[in-house]
Design a protein. Structure first.
Length: 467
C-alpha cells in the first residue's frame, strides 16, 4: 500500500502498491475466459476475419475510451462504483439518478459470475484430466467425447462450480492488496509464457496458415446484425467494461499513475492475449477435420487436448495451461464480485468476509441454473428467455445488453458532465487535442455506434419474427 497525496481521498480498501500492480490487476480482470475460451469460439461461430475486425474496431474506438472514463470515475472518488458515480454527480451537478449505472453494474457482475464460475470449473476439471494422462494420444473424436462426458455429468459440474466459487471467495475475502494484488503479480506473467508455447506448437504442428487466414481475412458476407452485436458486446466483456469492475479497480489506483498510458497498456495486453489464443487454437482446429470451427463453447476444450496429447512434454504443458486458464478466470472473477462487496462494506458497514460470503453465495445459487442448462434444462428455452437456455440467456443479457448500455451511460456522464478542472486533474493530458479526441469519442462515437448496433439487431430480430 502506498502513500496517497494528502488532497486525494483515500480508498478504505487500500491502494495498489504501484502503477504496475494496477496494470497487472486490471489486466488480470480483463484477461480471462473471455480471451481464451470465448473469443476463439465466437470468432469461430461468426465466420472469423470480419468479426475479428469489428471486435478490434470496437476495442479501439469504444472500449479503450470507456475504460479511461471508468478509471476516471473510480479514482476520482476512491469508492465503489455506485458511490463513485454518486460522488461525481455531486461534483458535476448531474442528476442523482445516474447512480443506477452503478447498481446495474453490480447486478451484471453477479449474473456474469454465476456462469463464469461454471466454465472456469471446466478448466479446473481439465487440470486434473491432463495430469492424469487422459489426453495422451487422444483423437479428435475422443476429445469431443471427453468434453461431452463432462457436460453430461451434473455432479462434476456442480463440484467444480462450487470449488471455483470458493476459491474466488477466499481471494476477495483477503482484501485488495493481499488478495487481488498478489494473484495478479505472480500469475499473469506465467499465462503469457504458456500461451507463447502454444503459439509455437500451433505454428510447428498445426495448420497455421489456415488459422491466420481465418482470423485475419475479412469475409464481410459472414457479418449479420447478430454477429456485429456479439463482437461489440465482446469488446465490453473482454475489457471488463460497463459494470464497474475497472471503476472499482481504478479506485485503488495510485494518484501518480497516468490513466491514458496505463489503460492503453491494459487494452493492448488484453487484445494480444485474445489474438494469441486464437492463433494457438485455430491451427489445431484446421489440422483436425473432425473439429468444427463453429463448435461453440466447447471449442477450446475439444481442440487443445489434441495438441497436448501429441506434443512432447504435453502432459506437463497441458496441465500448466489449464491451470493458467483457471487462474486467469480466477483473477477476473474476483473483479466481477468486488464492486458488490465494496458496496456492502462501504454502505452497509459489513465486514469484508461477511460481504464476500454473501455475494459469493448468491452467485453460487444463481450458477445452479447454468449447471442445469447443460443437463435437465438443456431443452428449456422458453420464449420469455428469448429461446435461450438460462446459461445462454445470462451471457446474452450481460455481454450484449447490460455491459454496452452501462458503458455508454458512463461515457455520456463523464464526457458531458465532467468539469474541466476535474478532467485535467485526473487525466492530466499534455495536449488539448488528446482530450478533445477522447471527449469526442465518448460523447458521440461510442453512444451512436452502440445504439446503432443494438437497433440493427433489433430490426433483424423483428423482421425474422415477421417472416
Ligand atoms: N474480462 C473478463 C474476461 O474476459 C470477464 C469480465 C467481465 C470480468 C466483466 C469482469 C467484468 O474473461
Amino acid at each position: 500500500m502506498d502513500n496517497q497525496n494528502s488532497h486525494t481521498p483515500k480508498s478504505i480498501h487500500g491502494t495498489w502498491s504501484s502503477r504496475w500492480t494496477f496494470i497487472l490487476a486490471a489486466t488480470g480482470s480483463a484477461v480471462g475466459l473471455g480471451n481464451i475460451w470465448k473469443f476463439p469460439y465466437i470468432a469461430g461461430e461468426n465466420g472469423g476475419g470480419a468479426f475479428v475486425l469489428v471486435y478490434l474496431l470496437c476495442i479501439v474506438i469504444v472500449g479503450i475510451p470507456i475504460m479511461m472514463a471508468e478509471v476516471f470515475l473510480g479514482r476520482n472518488a476512491r469508492r465503489n462504483p455506485v458511490n463513485a458515480v454518486e460522488v461525481f454527480t455531486r461534483q458535476s451537478g448531474a442528476s442523482h439518478n445516474w447512480r443506477y449505472i452503478g447498481v446495474m453494474g453490480v447486478i451484471a457482475g453477479l449474473l456474469i459470475m454465476s456462469f463464469y464460475s461454471v466454465v472456469a470449473g471446466w478448466a479446473l476439471h481439465y487440470v486434473f484430466a491432463s495430469i492424469s494422462g487422459t489426453f495422451t494420444d487422444i483423437s479428435a473424436a475422443g476429445s469431443d467425447a471427453f468434453f461431452g462426458g463432462l457436460l453430461g455429468d451434473p455432479k462434476a459440474l456442480l463440484g467444480w462450480h462450487s470449488t471455483f466459487t470458493l476459491m474466488t471467495f477466499i481471494i476477495v475475502a483477503s482484501g485488495v492488496s493481499k488478495g487481488l494484488g498478489a494473484v495478479a503479480k505472480y500469475m499473469m506473467p506465467f499465462l503469457f509464457l504458456a500461451l507463447a508455447v502454444l503459439l509455437v506448437y500451433g505454428f510447428l504442428a498445426g495448420n497455421f496458415k489456415a488459422g491466420v487466414m481465418f482470423l485475419f481475412t475479412p469475409n464481410f458476407s459472414a457479418l449479420t446484425g447478430d454477429s456485429i452485436l456479439i463482437a461489440m458486446g465482446h469488446a465490453f466483456f473482454t475489457l471488463s467494461l460497463g459494470m464497474g469492475a475497472i471503476m472499482a479497480y481504478g479506485a485503488y489506483m495510485p494518484s501518480s499513475a497516468n490513466i491514458g498510458k496505463t489503460i492503453l497498456t491494459v487494452g493492448i495486453l488484453d487484445t494480444l492475449v485474445a489474438l494469441v489464443a486464437g492463433l494457438a487454437i485455430f491451427p489445431i482446429v484446421f489440422a483436425n477435420p473432425t473439429i468444427e470451427v463453429g463448435a461453440g463453447p466447447g471449442l477450446l476444450f475439444v481442440s487443445l487436448p489434441i495438441a497436448f496429447g501429441s506434443m512432447p512434454l504435453g502432459l506437463l504443458i497441458g496441465t500448466l495451461f489449464f491451470a493458467l486458464v483457471a487462474v486467469a478466470a480466477w483473477s477476473s472473477a474476483v473483479s466481477l464480485i468486488e464492486p458488490a462487496i465494496a458496496w456492502l462494506i462501504e454502505n452497509k458497514g459489513w465486514k469484508r468476509i461477511k460481504a464476500a460470503g454473501i455475494v459469493a453465495g448468491c452467485c453460487w445459487l444463481l450458477g445452479l441454473l447454468t449447471v442445469a442448462s447443460f443437463g435437465p434444462l438443456a431443452e428449456f428455452k422458453p420464449a420469455w428467455l428469448l429461446y435461450f437456455t438460462p446459461f445462454d440467456f445470462f451471457d446474452f443479457l450481460t455481454s450484449q445488453i447490460m455491459l454496452p448500455l452501462g458503458g455508454v451511460l458512463i461515457a455520456l456522464l463523464v464526457a458531458w458532465k465532467a468539469p474541466a478542472a476535474l478532467l485535467q486533474k485526473e487525466f492530466g493530458f499534455k495536449s488539448q487535442k488528446t482530450q478533445t479526441l477522447l471527449l469526442f469519442l465518448l460523447r458521440f462515437v461510442s453512444p451512436t455506434l452502440v445504439l446503432l448496433i443494438m437497433a440493427i439487431k433489433l430490426f433483424e430480430t423483428l423482421s425474422q419474427l415477421g417472416a
